[in-house]
Design a protein around this ligand. Structure first.
Ligand SMILES: Cc1cc2nc3c(=O)[nH]c(=O)nc-3n(C[C@H](O)[C@H](O)[C@H](O)COP(=O)(O)OP(=O)(O)OC[C@H]3O[C@@H](n4cnc5c(N)ncnc54)[C@H](O)[C@@H]3O)c2cc1C
Length: 252
C-alpha cells in the first residue's frame, strides 16, 4: 500500500467529487484500487483518470465515501492496486452506456478508444451528469435524464436501444446500475453485438481471497470487475442478486 496525498479535488455536485493523487499509476481502464480511509474503512474505487494524473470519482453513499468527501487537498489516504481485469479494446466503432457514477471507469476508456465513439450519459437529473464538457470534446454525446431535465427523458438503456436501432456498433461498453447493464446486455444479445460491463459487488480484500464478491463461481475482484457478454449471459445472478456486507444474498 502507498500513502498518497490528495493533490486536487473537483466538486461536481452535491454527491460527486473527483480526487486527484500525487501518484502516477500504470493501469487499464476498468481496473480499480482499494482506498484506505484511515480509521474508517477500505473501499474499492475505479480509476477515472489514469497515467500522469491518477484520480477516483466518488459518489457519497455511506460512511466511507462520506468520510472521503470530508477530506481536503493535502490530506492522505492509502492506495493499493491496480486490481482486476479492465476493459479490452474491440473494433473501431463503440457505444458507451454510462449510468450515474458508472461514467467513472468508462472515461479513461473513451479517451483511449481510437475508433468512432458514441456515448450515452444518463443520470437521475441534469445536476448529476458528470464530465459533459470532456465527453463532448472526444465523442458524439447523447444525454438522458430520468426526470427529463436535460436530453432524452428516460433511462440510459432506453436511449441506447433507440441508437442501436439506427446504428451498428462493433462493441458496447457499459457501467452503471446493474438493472441498466442487464437491459444493455439483453439488447446486445438480441442484436448479436459484443458487450463488456463493469460490475460492482461488496468487496473486502480486492484480490480473490475473502469471497465477498463471489458471483456464480467468479470473483468480481479478480475475474472482473469487467466481464464480457459471453460470461454475463451465463451468470444467473447478474441483474438479480448481490451479497450484502454480511454475505447474505439480497435482491438487486
Ligand atoms: C470494482 C468496484 C469499483 C467501484 N468504483 C466506484 C467508483 O468509481 N465510484 C464510486 O462512487 N463507487 C464505486 N464503487 C462502489 C463503492 O465501492 C461503494 O459505494 C463504497 O464501498 C461504499 O462505501 P460506504 O462506506 O460509503 O457505504 P456503505 O455504508 O458501505 O454502503 C452504502 C450502500 O452502498 C452499498 N455498497 C457498499 N459497497 C458496495 C459495493 N462494492 N458495490 C455495490 N454496492 C455497495 C451498500 O450495500 C449500501 O446500500 C465501486 C465498487 C466496486 C466493487
Amino acid at each position: 500500500m502507498q500513502i498518497c496525498e490528495i493533490k486536487k479535488i473537483i466538486e461536481h455536485n452535491s454527491i460527486h467529487k473527483t480526487f486527484f493523487f500525487d501518484l502516477e499509476m500504470k493501469a487499464t481502464a476498468g481496473q480499480f484500487v482499494m482506498i484506505w480511509i484511515p480509521g474508517i474503512d477500505e473501499i474499492p474505487m475505479s480509476l477515472s483518470y489514469i497515467g500522469k494524473e491518477t484520480a477516483i470519482t466518488v459518489e457519497k453513499v455511506g460512511e466511507a465515501t462520506e468520510a472521503l468527501h470530508q477530506m481536503k487537498e493535502g490530506d492522505k489516504v492509502g492506495i493499493r492496486g491496480p486490481y482486476g481485469k479492465g476493459f479490452e479494446i474491440v473494433g473501431s466503432k463503440a457505444l458507451f452506456v454510462a449510468g450515474g457514477t458508472g461514467i467513472a471507469p468508462l472515461l479513461p476508456l473513451i479517451k483511449k478508444y481510437e475508433g468512432e465513439k458514441h456515448v450515452v450519459l444518463g443520470a437521475r437529473t441534469k445536476e448529476l451528469l458528470l464530465f459533459i464538457d470532456e465527453l463532448e470534446e472526444i465523442s458524439s454525446l447523447h444525454i438522458s435524464t430520468d426526470d427529463g431535465s436535460l436530453g432524452f427523458k428516460g433511462f440510459a438503456s432506453d436511449l441506447a436501444g433507440e441508437i442501436m436501432e439506427k446504428e451498428e456498433f462493433d462493441i458496447v461498453y457499459t457501467c452503471g446500475p446493474e438493472i441498466m447493464m442487464k437491459k444493455v446486455l439483453d439488447l446486445c444479445l438480441e442484436k448479436s453485438v459484443q458487450m463488456q460491463a463493469s460490475l460492482e459487488r461488496y468487496m473486502k480484500c480486492g484480490v480473490g481471497i475473502c469471497d465477498s464478491c463471489a458471483i456464480d463461481g467468479y470473483h468480481v475482484c479478480k475475474d472482473g470487475p469487467v466481464f464480457d457478454s459471453n460470461i454475463l449471459a451465463k451468470i444467473k445472478d447478474f441483474g438479480k442478486w448481490k451479497r450484502n456486507e454480511a454475505g447474505r444474498k439480497v435482491e438487486i
